[in-house]
Write a protein that binds this ligand. Structure first.
Ligand code: XMP
Ligand code: MG
Length: 182
């Protein structure tokens, strides 16, 4: 059985992702020239984007990882404040932090996380997300770099999961409704 059979439609193809990541990497390389760039990946969703984006960045940079979770919330609903489950390994003082995210949805996660990171005396904190779902935004927050806007549908693939599955799909797609009903 193939996971591709569970996909109703593809929203962003593998080729589109590849081209966009190259574009974002080039732009970030220009914008952060001479700076102290650290790419901060929010696990697990951004792991695929992070792996691709860091190789599209041509200037020296470091990487770090963080695990955060929203309080409450079921699988498909994001709610409440964020809790740091695994903190960064490195010190952010004087660093130019670029948060690497899979999707900016309600914006609740990052609108809570950004001020927490800013308290650590970085030189700057910006956001790079591969997907943006602006129709669902609750918090006043915008990405500084974004890949694709997606409609208000639950999406999977390219790191995004449903019940921890489908992260390894090489494209972004929408699940067939019967998958949720199983
Ligand atoms: P907020 O709402 O805080 O959400 O911007 C951020 C996190 O919620 C998850 N999320 C999704 N995950 N498909 C997913 O697999 C989706 O359509 C989706 N929308 C939100 C995601 O982990 C994101 O980092
Ligand atoms: Mg996530």
């Amino acid at each position: 059985m193939s996971m591709h059979d569970d996909i109703k439609n593809v929203l962003v193809s593998e080729e589109e992702l590849k081209a966009k990541v190259a574009e974002l990497g080039a732009q970030i390389s220009r914008d952060y020239e001479g700076k102290n760039l650290v790419l901060v990946s929010i696990l697990k969703g951004s792991v695929v984007f992070m792996a691709d984006l860091m190789r599209a960045v041509s200037i020296p940079c470091s990487i770090d990882f963080m695990v955060v979770s929203s309080y409450g919330g079921s699988n498909t609903v994001t709610s409440g404040l964020v809790k740091i489950i695994k903190d960064l390994d490195g010190d952010l003082s004087g660093k130019d932090v670029l948060i690497v995210e899979d999707i900016l949805d309600t914006g609740v996660t990052l609108s809570n996380l950004v001020p927490m990171l800013k308290m650590r005396n970085p030189n700057s904190v910006k956001i790079c997300t591969i997907l943006d779902k602006p129709s669902r935004r609750k918090a006043d927050i915008q990405p500084d770099y974004e890949g694709f806007q997606v409609p208000d549908e639950f999406v999977v693939g390219y790191g995004l999961d449903y019940d921890e599955k489908y992260r390894n799909l090489p494209y972004v797609g929408v699940l067939k409704p019967e998958v949720y009903e199983k």
